[in-house]
Design a binder for this molecule. Structure first.
Ligand code: ZN
Length: 230
C-alpha cells in the first residue's frame, strides 16, 4: 500500500469521488484546491465543507488570475452555454476549457506532495472529457508523471481513477465508497455557480444524466429539495 495521496480537489462530483477513493486506499490523504480567479466562490466553499466533514487536511493555493482568458469559468463577461439536454451538447473542445490548467495544477501539486511526504497525486479527470479537453488524455497524464519524476529526485505517481469510466460508472463507484454519497450532497458542479443547480449547463446535464443512468438520486438535488421545503 502506498503511504500518502494528495487529491487535487475542486469540490465537484468527480474530485469528491476521488477523495473518497483515496481515503479507501491510502494511509494518509490530503486535499489541495486552487484559487485561480474562478467565476464562483461556491467552488472553494464546497471543497472546504466536504474536506471538513471528511476530516481531511485541506490546503488552498492562490495562483491569482493566471488563467484569465476566454473560458467562461475564468471570465465573467463570457456566458456559460445553456442546453436542452445532454444529447444536445456540442462535441469538440468546450469553451470552458482553461488552457494549461491541469499542467500547472499537477506541477504545484507535485511540490505540495513532495514536501508533505505524499508519493501519489490523485486527479479526477475523466474519459468523457477526452475529446473536449486535451489535458484529460492518458498520454498527457503519462507524460506529466514522467516529467515530474525527471524534475524531482523521486517518483510521483499520478492516479486518475475515473479516467476510463463514464459518469454513470462514477456514480456507481461513489455508491460503493463509504461516506461518499452523503459527501456528494455538498459537492458543486454547476458552471453557473447556482444552488440549486441550474440544470441547463454542460456540467449540470452530464451530472444529471450520470445519476439517471445509474438509477440513483443525486444527493445534491435531494439537499436542494429539502432546503426549498419549508
Ligand atoms: Zn448548471
Amino acid at each position: 500500500m502506498a503511504t500518502g495521496a494528495l487529491v487535487i480537489f475542486s469540490g465537484g462530483q468527480d474530485s469528491t469521488t476521488c477523495l473518497y477513493w483515496a481515503m479507501s486506499r491510502f494511509e494518509r490523504v490530503r486535499a489541495l484546491s486552487f484559487d485561480y480567479g474562478q467565476r464562483h466562490d461556491i467552488e472553494l466553499e464546497c471543497a472546504g465543507e466536504i474536506a471538513r466533514r471528511a476530516g481531511i487536511e485541506h490546503d488552498v493555493v492562490d495562483v491569482g488570475a493566471i488563467f484569465a482568458g476566454s473560458s467562461p469559468l475564468t471570465n465573467a463577461a463570457v456566458d456559460v452555454g445553456a442546453y436542452a439536454s445532454a444529447e444536445a451538447l456540442p462535441s469538440g473542445l468546450e469553451p470552458t476549457f482553461v488552457p494549461g490548467r491541469n499542467i500547472l495544477f499537477l506541477t504545484i501539486a507535485a511540490n505540495r506532495a513532495y514536501v508533505s511526504g505524499c508519493d501519489t497525486l490523485v486527479i479526477g479527470v475523466a474519459q468523457e472529457d477526452f475529446e473536449g479537453y486535451p489535458d484529460c488524455r492518458p498520454a498527457f497524464l503519462d507524460s506529466m508523471q514522467t516529467a515530474l519524476g525527471l524534475g524531482l529526485d523521486r517518483d510521483i505517481r499520478i492516479e486518475a481513477p475515473l479516467l476510463h469510466i463514464d459518469k454513470r460508472q462514477t456514480v456507481l463507484m461513489a455508491r460503493d465508497l463509504p461516506g461518499c454519497m452523503p459527501a456528494l450532497a455538498w459537492s458543486h458542479t454547476c458552471y453557473n455557480g447556482q444552488f440549486p443547480p441550474c440544470g441547463t449547463c454542460h456540467a449540470c446535464l452530464l451530472r444529471s444524466r450520470g445519476f439517471a443512468q445509474a438509477g440513483l438520486d443525486d444527493p445534491l438535488i435531494e439537499r436542494a429539495r429539502a432546503a426549498s421545503t419549508p
